[in-house]
Design a protein around this ligand. Structure first.
Ligand SMILES: Cc1cc2nc3c(=O)[nH]c(=O)nc-3n(C[C@H](O)[C@H](O)[C@H](O)COP(=O)(O)OP(=O)(O)OC[C@H]3O[C@@H](n4cnc5c(N)ncnc54)[C@H](O)[C@@H]3O)c2cc1C
Length: 390
């Protein structure tokens, strides 16, 4: 039986563990997940905005999220453990992308790509937008794109726990420990060193260490272009309700969505201000100086909001091209990467988990070909450009 050690027990590591052990037929694996913090205080999977969309610009991201929504819709049954039926609270009010004149061509191009993959999405003129969402200001908007189904949000922490519980029920062993290095024999890794001084013997190692994945790669002498990039999320209350409010991506770059009876929102800092591994402290000043004024311009009812809380987490940003990096690196025969999801890893965890499990089991993808997000594109300097990164 091959021994698989997965470094990182977030949504990605737990999804891989689940898919590797779900089939009673074929090769069996002894799977150990090494996770340094079972409370997941800094894990992106627990600090995420936990949303899912089909409105990407590349075929591979669309296909991964189409599988993601299908998996989420059936998750209760798929990840049930005896009478424990997990509920991640999936709702599907859609994503609403707003475009000024400058963004119209890209929105139309993306729309054509999404339609070619049977995504349930519609373009709206400003009048149609206003008729559908009377609470929005259409000032400066030329065109909008609304997901009619298959897009929405859920609870990311529950998703992670559902994968983890199911994986454990299938025999996966979770160890609370800090991985500190790799044991290597030529092109092959033979073990994972722990802070306890022990080494876990391994035939296969998986790097699922999220924002900290570059360090794991370094132990194997591999440069992985993934950095922790801080993102702040603010929650706020508003005296008015906004009927049918989807996840809105404004032309300012700010996103917002309902969360229970409140709202949450966030923004992407400019590339120059986006430091690597900044401390996980909320950028409060951004709320007053930039976010609130922009929110109130787009939704006049937001002039009367009150901030009720905030948190910060890391995007595990692939600084090469903002997309996942999956599979082997040519310098090492048994270290699998599942990293760099750059803000869309929760929705991609079912597709990535299934794909990496297939690579380990069969040496190839059997269901969805994820080779467009392999390491080769980086080594050959062929970026996979995704225009819709939030
Ligand atoms: C604010 C925010 C909003 C987001 N919004 C969305 C969204 O709307 N939709 C979406 O799809 N995605 C979103 N994401 C991205 C998504 O949350 C991540 O892509 C996803 O959670 C990555 O999962 P992961 O398992 O790779 O990482 P993590 O959840 O961070 O798990 C990695 C784990 O590895 C462990 N670890 C690291 N190093 C070691 C080591 N040496 N030894 C042992 N353990 C180690 C860590 O403790 C951690 O628990 C968002 C992220 C943030 C921060």
């Amino acid at each position: 039986m091959r021994r698989v050690v997965i470094i990182g027990g977030g949504a990605i590591g737990s999804a891989i563990a689940y898919f590797l052990t779900r089939s009673p037929e074929g090769e069996r694996f002894e799977v150990t997940v090494v996770e340094r913090d079972f409370s997941y205080r800094q894990a992106s999977s627990a600090l995420s905005a936990s949303s899912i969309r089909q409105q990407f610009s590349t075929a591979i991201n669309i296909r991964m999220s189409l599988y993601g929504i299908d998996f989420f819709r059936n998750l209760g049954e798929t990840l049930r453990v005896d009478d424990d039926v997990p509920d991640i609270g999936l709702v599907e009010p859609g994503y609403l992308y707003l475009a000024s004149q400058a963004g119209v061509d890209v929105l139309r191009e993306n729309h054509a790509m999404q339609k070619a993959h049977a995504v349930d999405v519609a373009l709206l003129t400003p009048d149609e937008l206003k008729a559908r969402f009377p609470w929005i200001s259409t000032e400066g908007i030329e065109l909008a794109s609304l997901g009619l189904s298959g897009e929405g949000w859920y609870d990311g922490y529950s998703l992670l726990q559902a994968f983890r519980r199911k994986a454990v029920s299938q025999g996966v062993h979770y160890v609370q420990a800090h991985a500190t290095g790799l044991r290597r024999d030529g092109r092959v890794l033979t073990g994972v060193r722990l802070d306890s001084g022990d080494t876990l013997d391994a035939d296969v190692v998986v790097n699922a260490a999220g924002a900290w994945a570059a360090k794991v790669a370094q132990w194997a002498g591999i440069e992985l272009p993934v950095r922790g990039r801080r993102r702040s999320v603010f929650s706020f209350s508003c005296p008015e309700t906004l009927p049918g409010c989807p996840l809105v991506i404004d032309t300012s770059g700010i996103w917002l969505r309902p969360e229970g009876r409140q709202f949450i929102c966030g923004f992407a800092p400019s590339e120059e201000q986006d430091a690597d591994d900044a401390p996980l402290e909320v950028e409060y000043e951004a709320f007053d100086s930039f976010i609130w004024p922009s929110l109130a311009e787009r939704v006049p009812a937001f002039e009367a909001i009150r901030m009720t809380g905030a948190w910060a987490g890391y995007y595990e940003m692939n600084v090469f091209d903002h997309n996942a990096i999956l599979g082997l690196h040519p310098d090492c025969d048994n270290l699998y990467f599942a990293n760099g999801f750059s803000g869309h890893g929760l929705q991609q965890c079912p597709a990535a988990g299934r794909g990496v499990a297939e690579l380990i089991r069969f040496g190839e993808y059997r269901s969805l070909d994820l080779s467009p997000v392999s390491f080769e594109r980086i080594l050959e300097n062929r970026p996979l450009v995704e225009k819709n990164v939030i």
